[in-house]
Write a protein that binds this ligand. Structure first.
Ligand SMILES: Nc1nc2c(ncn2[C@@H]2O[C@H](COP(=O)(O)OP(=O)(O)OP(=O)(O)O)[C@@H](O)[C@H]2O)c(=O)[nH]1
Ligand SMILES: [Mg+2]
Length: 326
């Protein structure tokens, strides 16, 4: 195996090897495909995963096991994928509706959402994909939901402000923990570099319009060691901006604007890359052969000389403007 796969990929591959059912194998392969770095060096591995996926799907169709594409697999788009998980009726779908253009069903009774649904949350020039999911309880975690959550880059546990918040948060966090998914407040880049099985997470206390600040403060204090708590309201919009900013921090991404020589940069359409990415990583996003063809880059950005020459191995920073010369 090439040395340059991520720990996230290795964990998914381990789950594949340990899977005992075809459904688990399918979920693990999908996670492997989304976690594998997309460049020339992994093309063979990507093709191999796709071959195994289609073989498994064909087998399932033959046995009548599958009825079509897996609704619990949500392809990634945007700067990162954030799944909303939580007890019934806490307002997960309302949050998706309040922050994106998605039209999810909202109702004042539990178990409204049956399958995951994505939506794109856009603020300034950043797009973060949110995924609303069906509720989970201590007794019931819908089949496929763990795959959706493991595949996400960040998981937000949604609870309702008020006395029920603690019980809701506890039951969801322990339910996920019992299935091998532990959340923590560290950003994605730190976790990727370590051998941990933890995933970046946040505790979202929704319906803050209904509760006094006291209940939210005590929850925040209680979880201060484990997870950051953000109080929001899908109804009034309170706290949503703070939530978005924290997601951006947890996703640990940077925005970089590409510029053609002699032309102004397109400041509306940044490329988003993981923190620590280099000029060559950006070049690869523009065109897969460009890292080999490029000679140098010129760069405009915070704390640099205007138009400074850069080698392709140098790291980029948020909001850098880069001009690549072949
Ligand atoms: N006051 C108030 N009510 C809210 C808020 N967010 C959601 N609700 C209400 O809470 C109820 C449940 O909302 P949903 O968005 O359907 O909750 P859900 O978590 O998706 O529910 P399930 O799909 O069953 O898990 C609805 O009556 C919403 O109008 C909020 O911020 N404030
Ligand atoms: Mg719902």
């Amino acid at each position: 195996m090439p040395a340059n796969v991520t720990p996230e990929y290795e964990k998914a591959e381990q789950r594949y090897r340990q899977a005992t059912t075809d459904d688990e194998r399918l979920a693990a392969l999908q996670e492997m495909l989304s976690a594998i770095p997309k460049h020339k060096g992994t093309e063979k591995m990507q093709a191999d995963i796709k071959r195994r996926l289609s073989h498994l799907r064909r087998e399932q169709q033959k046995t009548g096991h599958s009825t079509g594409p897996d609704p619990f697999h949500i392809p990634k788009s945007g700067a990162g994928q954030v799944a909303l998980a939580g007890a019934p009726n806490t307002g997960k779908s309302s949050l998706l509706v309040a922050t994106t253009n998605a039209a999810a069903k909202v109702a004042d009774y539990p178990f409204t959402t049956i399958v995951p649904q994505p939506g794109m949350w856009q603020k300034d020039d950043i797009q973060i994909e949110l995924v609303d999911t069906p509720p989970l309880t201590p007794d019931h975690v819908p089949a496929g939901l763990m795959g959706t959550l493991r595949n996400a880059d960040v998981v937000c546990v949604v609870a309702e402000a008020g006395e029920v918040a603690l019980e809701q948060a506890e039951s969801v966090l322990s339910g996920l923990g019992a299935r091998g998914l532990t959340l923590c407040s560290r950003p994605r880049d730190e976790l990727a570099a370590s051998e941990t099985n933890e995933k970046s997470g946040l505790l979202i206390v929704n319906k803050a319009d209904l509760a006094g600040a006291g209940t939210i403060d005590s929850l925040r204090e209680l979880y201060s060691e484990k997870l950051d708590t953000v109080a929001v309201s899908a109804r009034t919009g309170q706290g949503l901006e703070d939530w978005f900013n924290r997601l951006w921090q947890l996703l640990a991404m940077i925005r970089v604007y590409a510029k053609e020589p002699g032309k102004p940069p397109d400041l509306h359409k940044p490329f988003t890359l993981p923190i620590g990415s280099t000029v060559a990583d950006l070049a690869c996003l523009i065109h897969r052969d460009l890292p080999e063809r490029m000679k140098f880059a010129r760069l405009w950005g915070h704390g640099r000389f205007e138009g400074q020459h850069m080698h392709k191995t140098e790291p980029l920073q948020d909001r850098d403007i880069v001009e690549i010369h072949e």
